[in-house]
Write a new protein. Structure first.
Length: 72
C-alpha cells in the first residue's frame, strides 16, 4: 500500500505548506539582519521539498483544477 493524498487534500496541504513557510520566513527575516540570500535559499529549499513530495507522488495536487489530470 502506497501512502498518497487525494487531489483536494493535496491542494489544501500545498496551500497550508506555502503559507506556513512564507509566514516563518517573515518572522525569521528580522533576525537575519539583511542577509536576504539566506531567506531566498530557505524559500528555494522549501519549494524543492514540495517538488520532491509531488514528484514522489506522496502528494497529488491538481493545482485547483487548472490542469487536467494525467492518465498514466
Amino acid at each position: 500500500m502506497k501512502l498518497q493524498l487525494g487531489r483536494k487534500a493535496s491542494d489544501v496541504f500545498v496551500v497550508i505548506y506555502i503559507a506556513g513557510t512564507l509566514l516563518l520566513r517573515f518572522f525569521i527575516e528580522p533576525q537575519l539582519q539583511g542577509r536576504y540570500l539566506i531567506s531566498i535559499g530557505m524559500g528555494a529549499f522549501a519549494l524543492l521539498f514540495l517538488w520532491a513530495l509531488a514528484k514522489s507522488k506522496l502528494i497529488n495536487p491538481s493545482w485547483f483544477g487548472l490542469f487536467p489530470a494525467r492518465k498514466e
